[in-house]
Design a protein around this ligand. Structure first.
Ligand code: PXP
Length: 243
């Protein structure tokens, strides 16, 4: 497996979560994606969930049309999502398990246990969309992804990120082992979920991991890195109004 520069895919779902909390149009995930592009992101990821709790159909169309970065369309393995992916023609599609009751994607796909998955991989691949399968860090799941013809796996880093300090090394070793299996099989390896400034470094140092997809932390951390600027601008406008 060829090593190369590590790409950052910025997940903009939670900009839409914040927008939807008020029901209006602000903040706009497309504007967030454009800021991400300027800041050096290599791609944009968005998950159109079945319940449309954050990203909506129109966001996906605009992310594809208005943002000059490859779009990674995160999707459940359903006929509806395969249809939307084929209509949108994103650069990549990341297939994930989806439960209506979950707060976030809780675990990876059981690749052999998902009805219709090989067919979805084939249809998306035939349309020129690069398919990745979001899996737990288990070599058996990487092997299953290889069997169904997926060119990419994305390893779920949530257990590692959430682990107590004493368990973190064990969880990290699982990610490293899965990445090794992917490299041996010639599958491109991505990783993501729950990554923060504190947890990213060891994962980013695995040389065969080609892409990290990160969202929630970046949106949250923009309060620390950007809240003050927004407040200063509001104060400036208020002072200017009275000048
Ligand atoms: N990759 C996949 C497949 C995901 O489902 C998610 C969460 O939507 C992420 C990466 C990003 O996770 P986080 O928002 O915790 O950074």
């Amino acid at each position: 497996m060829v090593n190369g520069p590590l790409r950052l895919g910025v997940n903009v779902d939670h900009i839409a979560t914040l927008r939807n909390a008020r029901g209006g149009v602000h903040p706009d995930p497309v504007r967030g994606a454009l800021i991400a592009a300027e800041a050096g992101a290599d791609g944009i990821t968005a998950h159109l969930r079945e319940d449309r709790r954050h990203i909506r159909d129109a966001d996906i169309r605009r992310l594809k049309d208005e943002v000059p970065l490859p779009l990674n369309f995160e999707m459940a393995v359903t006929d509806e999502m395969v249809r939307i992916a084929l209509e949108t023609a994103p650069h990549a599609a990341c297939l994930v398990p989806e439960k209506r009751t979950e707060v976030t994607t809780e675990g990876g796909l059981d690749v052999m246990g998902v009805a219709g998955l090989p067919d979805a991989v084939a249809r998306l691949t035939d349309a020129g969309i690069r398919v990745s399968l979001f899996i737990d860090p288990e070599p058996s799941q990487v092997e299953a992804a290889h069997k169904v013809g997926a060119p990419v796996v994305e390893i779920h880093t949530g257990s590692y990120c959430d682990a107590a300090p004493a368990a973190r090394a064990h969880e990290f070793a699982r990610i490293a082992a899965a990445a090794k299996t992917a490299a041996a099989l010639g599958i491109e390896c991505h990783a993501g979920h729950g990554l923060t400034f504190d947890t990213v470094t060891p994962v980013a140092a695995i040389p065969t991991i080609m892409e990290l997809n990160i969202g929630h932390f970046l949106v949250g951390e923009s309060i620390a890195l950007g809240f003050a600027g927004a407040i200063r601008e509001m104060k400036r406008l208020m002072v200017a109004a009275r000048a």
